[in-house]
Design a protein around this ligand. Structure first.
Ligand SMILES: NC(=O)c1ccc[n+]([C@@H]2O[C@H](COP(=O)([O-])OP(=O)(O)OC[C@H]3O[C@@H](n4cnc5c(N)ncnc54)[C@H](OP(=O)(O)O)[C@@H]3O)[C@@H](O)[C@H]2O)c1
Length: 147
């Protein structure tokens, strides 16, 4: 597994299980590895930059919609040239999916990372929204009525 991050999070990403960690703020992304699969959580030009590391006929799952990031024009051509299969994945927070995620957590196949727990109040929601807008949150922000 290969993962770009900022230099401050390199150790954290290595601990999550990445074999190779590249910091986007230390001279750009470069590797000789070619990939069969990419999970895109950024979109935009970061996604475009990562496409050059994909093998021909490889697969991309993206969680980014047109509302999350502007898609540069050249991306269609690169996806076509590499003959990528690109799928948009959308989370449906229903009981069935939540139970499946719980099972994966219990089986330690997913390691949840909680950045901050805030009270389930208007002020808590406001603070959570502001935090989320920084684009720097490491993990999930939880609103809880247990604090
Ligand atoms: N399809 C769905 O079901 C679904 C569900 C949830 C979220 N989303 C979308 O997914 C996107 C990501 O959401 P998120 O909750 O992860 O929050 P986020 O605030 O977009 O992501 C924060 C993380 O991204 C990292 N990051 C920022 N720029 C980066 C870059 N150039 N290269 C590598 N890492 C970078 C930050 O690390 P550094 O501080 O190290 O840069 C930080 O840890 C959002 O656009 C959201 O709308 C989609």
């Amino acid at each position: 597994m290969w993962r770009p991050t900022s230099s401050k999070n390199m150790e954290f990403v290595r601990d999550l299980g990445a074999d190779e960690v590249l910091a986007y703020d230390l001279g750009g992304l470069n590797t000789t590895t070619e990939f069969d699969f990419m999970l895109d959580t950024l979109g935009g030009s970061s996604y475009g930059d990562a496409l050059k590391f994909m093998k021909k006929n490889s697969v991309v799952a993206t969680i980014i919609s047109g509302r999350d990031a502007v898609r540069p024009d050249y991306i269609d051509a690169v996806e076509e040239e590499r003959q990528l299969t690109v799928k948009f994945v959308f989370t449906r927070p229903d009981g069935r999916n939540m139970n499946h995620i719980r099972e994966l957590v219990e089986a330690q196949k997913i390691k949840p990372v909680v950045a901050e727990v805030l009270p389930l109040t208007i002020d808590g929601a406001r603070k959570a929204h502001r935090l989320s807008q920084t684009g720097r949150v490491r993990g999930k922000i939880v609103l809880s009525n247990n604090n």
